[in-house]
Design a protein around this ligand. Structure first.
Ligand code: AMP
Ligand code: MN
Ligand code: MN
Ligand code: MN
Length: 280
């Protein structure tokens, strides 16, 4: 029986909870046989995950999820089969990591001045793990220090747009970041297209721009996608001759409705992105 695949996962090298080795062990337990680690703006966990996959007989795909900006919105692109050594995106990774650190400190300051929270402590705690710091780390700090019931509450109360701790970031523009990623990877995937707050027309334009920039696939199968999302994305992929990718966007084993390797199968007529990342 062919195993499960999962081409979008996070470890504690960014905002996931498990270390790369523990993530792989969990994937093995679930029956995943092809796994990509796609941490936010870093490939740091890939060597450990790769080594762990050898032990479990899992095929490993080194990956990354980069943060970009398109029409002022944050848009994520997953790179699969990233060449972590000869990578044309190394400078971008360094730049984004620095911006992320500065943003965590700025959010701490803002929470202190606007809401009289212990912003420095919240920020320091978020930076403790040493991985790429994200707003999820701040959300966890806010929960740990008693300012939110859970991470979603922390986003809703403190971190989202129009909340006291909102600090926008200037991610690299999609039209400069994508070609660099394309050069460094076997395949590039527009991540979770159904989650962006875009009109139908704007989403079509985003996919047109993504294709023009050399992008190769859309994430068409994820947990939490409605049947309508699934159909809309399948027809967009077909129209642009893009491949389809499937991943959980797994972060945390305590979130039971989003396990590794479970989502609808790829729609008919969509080429699996796995064909483009196969070992040569
Ligand atoms: P960021 O630092 O802005 O890239 O956000 C980091 C991570 O926080 C994202 O990858 C998601 O895992 C999570 N996240 C972002 N926005 C929200 C939100 N509004 N609610 C819950 N989680 C979020
Ligand atoms: Mn995340
Ligand atoms: Mn994402
Ligand atoms: Mn993700």
């Amino acid at each position: 029986m062919p195993g499960l695949i999962d081409l979008h996962t996070h470890s504690n090298r960014s905002d996931g909870v498990l270390g790369p080795g523990a993530l792989v062990a969990r994937a093995a337990e679930r029956g995943v046989t092809l796994l990509a680690l796609t941490d936010h703006d870093t490939v740091d966990g890939c060597a450990e995950a790769q080594a762990a996959c050898v032990g479990f007989g899992i095929r490993f795909v080194p990956g990354i999820e980069i943060s970009t900006r398109w029409r002022g919105q944050a848009i994520h692109v997953v790179g699969l089969g990233v060449d972590a050594v000869a990578t044309g995106i190394a400078a971008q990774i360094d730049d984004v990591t620095r911006r992320r650190r500065e943003r965590v400190l700025a959010i701490g300051e803002r929470l202190a001045t606007r809401s009289r929270l212990p912003g420095r402590d919240i920020a320091a705690r978020a930076l403790e793990g040493g991985g790429v710091p994200t707003r999820m780390h701040l959300a966890r700090s806010l929960v740990a220090l008693g300012y939110a019931d859970d991470t979603q509450h922390a986003f809703d109360r403190w971190l989202n747009r129009d909340r006291p701790g909102h600090v926008p970031v200037e991610w690299p523009e999609l039209d400069t970041a994508l070609p660099r990623l394309v050069e460094s990877c076997r395949a590039t995937v527009l991540a979770h297209p159904h989650r962006y707050r875009l009109s139908g027309g704007a989403l079509r334009q985003l996919v047109t721009d993504f294709t023009a920039g050399g992008g190769s696939a859309l994430e068409v199968s994820m947990a939490g996608m409605s049947p309508g999302d699934h159909d809309r994305l399948a027809s967009l992929a077909r129209r642009h001759a893009l491949a389809g990718s499937a991943g959980s966007d797994f972060h945390d084993p305590a979130v039971p409705w989003n396990p590794l390797g479970r989502f609808a199968k790829l729609p008919d007529g969509i080429a699996p992105v796995t064909e483009r990342i196969a070992d040569s």
